[in-house]
Design a protein around this ligand. Sequence first.
Ligand code: NAD
Length: 290
Amino acid sequence: MKIGFIGLGNMGGPMATNLIGAGHEVTGFDLVAPCPEGVAKAASAAEAAAGADVVITMLPNGAILRTVAAEVIPAMRAGAVLCDCSTVDVDSARAVAEMAAEAGLGALDAPVSGGVGGATNGTLTFMAGGTDAAFATVKPLFDIMGQKAVHCGAAGAGQAAKICNNMILGVTMIATCEAFALADKLGLDRQKMFDVVSTSSGYSWTMNAYCPAPGVGPTSPADNDYKPGFAAELMLKDLRLSQQAAESANADTPMGHLAAALYAQFVEFEDGKGMDFSAMLPRFEKRGRG
Ligand code: NAD
């Protein structure tokens, strides 16, 4: 396939490399990041999109996505599909899908889970919103860049799945960290805490696979001085998106709200910037009840 790839940063770069490795023709554009080897460099987003069967975007946020979409949609050939893999707000995903449909194009919102490791190894999970036809067109590319692609529903459904998943992730990480900090203060050995919880009803991905306590459980960012991994800033971004969506859908999400507030405090006023999101544990350790 002929693919335009816009946004070649930490995630987009390795995703484009995997498409090249599978024999596709990729033309890329990024304002800053260099094109990976084998990707033809375009002078603009529109140039990268012109003539492509599928245009993939991997950008920082919804406002940038809307700007890029307004530029590339008029340049795309009829019947092509615009597939956004960034994590953005549901409203932007739906607005871009509408713009694409008006121009006779297919569109998917297809955010990913799996981080930079998943992007590099081709093991991402894609959660897609859009028409059956658009999903069928892009599915072979998802199969190269990832290990699983779920068609979640109509436009916006992929972003909805992503932010709901990550709201659970943020809330659960906080719960796991505060429980470890409490266990410490109660004199409970961390390994014993892990041995019990990881096989009891408090188990979770954050405890069992990404344990925030160094030296306990499988290797995780906690064992690497809390270098990300999944950065606290990205967790905050996703929690804010969940709260923005909850606001516009009139959904009651008190735990998500509190998790967003805690990560905002951590990133903006405490030590969280540049740290993995599991560094909530040392944060809780330092604090008393007051
Ligand atoms: P990044 O900042 O490394 O990459 C974004 C790229 O977009 C940058 O290279 C930037 O120069 C480029 N860009 C910005 N505006 C542009 C424009 N107008 N035209 C062309 N290029 C432009 O970020 P990332 O880590 O690759 O994340 C990309 C998206 O994936 C985000 O939405 C993020 O939330 C999501 N995501 C990231 C991870 C992760 O672990 N990094 C995991 C899942 C999802």
